[in-house]
Design a protein around this ligand. Structure first.
Ligand code: ATP
Ligand code: MG
Length: 509
């Protein structure tokens, strides 16, 4: 054999590797133990763990864990993930060598848990298939597909004017008590026949509000396909901080199995505050509104994980409805503007409309959906096309009409039509409207069939039309939900039926 042939070189290399493997013995890393030096609200400083990694999980006495947040040369700042009243300076801290993870699996469906996977509903403990880290990289661009399938929320004003698609991120924003949670809960309730798994992640809210939401979900049968991840206002700030990441990892587990998932973060204002608290206690430099400099990054890396995966990866999707609270209707505050720029649109709830009784209080002018229209079903899109324009024309003219000016016939008609649109888009909480019912009602609305009906009779007239929708032939109703076009004959049939049904309500002028 030639001494310098390729085979000769490779053989000698493999021999070398084999010899090293024979003599290899794994290095046993001794257990690293540190000591708690100081203790403050939800934070401890630890010394004596030189090898610790950033965001490594550390074990404290009493089944308490913490995350290494600040890794300095001689001291580590640790965020605690639970009750820490039993901790004292001098206690031992142990390295775990792993990052924070959350148990995932089908057993979670229908359960109420905390971000560590511990049940809070008093039911039996769960058996899990596996654990996933709470922080995971978001899917690459090539692994994503355009958003094409609608996520029907069952809320007429949202589906018609600010449609949301599966895989989209739509921010729900508004002042306190404007119905933000209600919009998200209605969207969850409406998924009962849509094969969408839902996750409601409640961050730092009062226990009573969370209990009410869970009771509502139970009452409407929505817990059969929903997971609730809860941290309360008085939980450790670290727990509040990790909650949305843990919930997202649970959602991703199902998305990667090809499921469509809807996740609600209620709300990210509390999340940002928890992070601010942690950062200030760790003495990180405060920036605008005392939030740390990376506050944008903590929300963007969370919301980037929502997507529609390509077919090769199962075709699952993760739709996010983050909620943010505004103060005194200031949508240009720091956290709301950050979130507006991260998400693909926002639903703005106005306290003024809420007071006027226009519920849900969606301010159509300030709300937008940057992808949704493309995801609407063709049948649905064809009945809502003219709605937004007619509504915004009305909103503009309505202000003039308030001065009692005499209006020409054309303007009067626009205003009367607009009033019918507003009345038609009103809807009580927890009563989602199905796709076919919405199509029939909105088709009648855009064709002006409601215009001769007095406003006081609108509710009744709408109910009559919704009944017609339920009586339409099964195949026609199924056709609405497919990506095929809306047949002209179907349109005419519905219009004729609607016209006939609305006749008794008409007031001849
Ligand atoms: P918070 O700021 O406290 O979280 P929120 O903005 O989430 O409040 P909700 O709790 O959803 O608001 O709703 C506030 C109140 O308004 C509730 O009592 C709810 O029942 C009522 N409400 C919300 N939407 C509607 C609706 N469409 N019709 C009737 N009442 C509604
Ligand atoms: Mg709320």
């Amino acid at each position: 054999m030639e001494p310098f042939s390729l085979k000769h070189i490779l053989d000698s290399t493999f021999d070398g590797i084999n010899q090293s493997l024979d003599t290899y013995s794994p290095k046993v890393i001794p257990k690293e133990i540190g000591i708690v030096t100081t203790l403050s609200t939800g934070i401890v400083k630890v010394s004596g763990l030189p090898g610790v990694g950033f965001e490594e999980l550390l074990k404290f006495p009493g089944d308490l864990y913490g995350i290494a947040f600040n890794v300095d040369e001689d001291e580590i700042g640790v965020v605690l993930l639970g009750e820490y009243w039993h901790l004292h300076a001098g206690d031992e801290v142990e390295r775990t060598g792993r990052v924070m993870d959350v148990p995932v699996g089908d057993a979670l469906i229908g359960r109420v848990i905390n971000p560590l996977g511990k049940p809070l509903d008093g039911k039996e403990a769960m058996v899990f298939e596996k654990h996933l880290p709470i922080e995971r990289p978001s899917p690459a661009i090539v692994d994503r597909e355009p958003v094409t399938v609608p996520l029907q929320t069952g809320i007429k004003v949202v589906d018609a004017l600010i449609p949301v698609g599966r895989g989209q991120r739509e921010l729900i924003m508004g002042d306190r008590q404007t119905g933000k949670t209600s919009v998200a809960i209605d969207a969850i309730i409406n998924q009962h026949d849509q094969n969408v798994l839902c996750i409601y992640c409640s961050i730092g809210q009062r226990a009573a509000s969370v209990a009410k939401v869970i009771a509502d979900l139970r009452e409407r049968g929505a817990m059969d396909y929903t997971i609730v991840v809860v941290t309360e206002g008085n939980d450790a700030p670290g727990l509040n901080f990790i909650a949305p990441y843990a919930a997202t990892s649970i959602a991703e587990y199902f998305m990667e199995k090809g499921r469509d998932v809807l996740i609600v973060y209620d709300d990210l204002t509390h999340h940002a505050r928890a992070y601010r608290e942690i950062s200030l206690l760790l003495r990180r430099p405060p920036g605008r509104e005392a939030f740390p400099g990376d506050i944008f990054y903590i929300h963007s890396r969370l919301l980037e994980r929502s997507t529609h995966l390509r077919k090769g990866l199962g075709g699952g999707s993760l739709t996010a409805l983050p909620i943010v609270e505004t103060e005194a209707q200031n949508i240009s505050a720091y956290i709301p503007t950050n979130l507006i720029s991260i998400t693909d649109g926002q639903i703005y709830l106005s306290p003024t409309l809420f007071e006027l009784g226009v519920l849900p209080a969606v301010d159509v002018g300030k709300s937008v959906s940057r992808v949704g229209g493309k995801a609407q079903r063709p049948a649905y899109r064809s009945v809502t096309g003219a709605l937004k324009l007619a509504y915004s024309q009305f909103e503009e003219l309505e202000t003039f009409a308030k001065f009692g000016t005499r209006l020409d016939e054309h303007t009067r008609k626009i205003i009367e039509h607009g009033r019918r649109i507003r009345a038609c888009l009103k809807q009580p909480a927890s009563e989602p409207v199905t796709l076919s019912e919405q199509i029939v009602v909105l088709l009648a609305l855009t064709n002006g069939l409601f215009d001769p009906i007095p406003l006081s009779k609108m509710k009744e007239a709408e109910m009559v039309l919704r009944k017609i929708a339920t009586e339409l032939p099964e195949e026609m109703r199924q056709g609405f939900a497919t990506p095929s076009a809306f047949a002209e004959s179907t349109r005419q049939t519905i219009l004729q039926l609607a016209e006939k049904a609305l006749e008794p309500f008409n007031v001849k002028i």
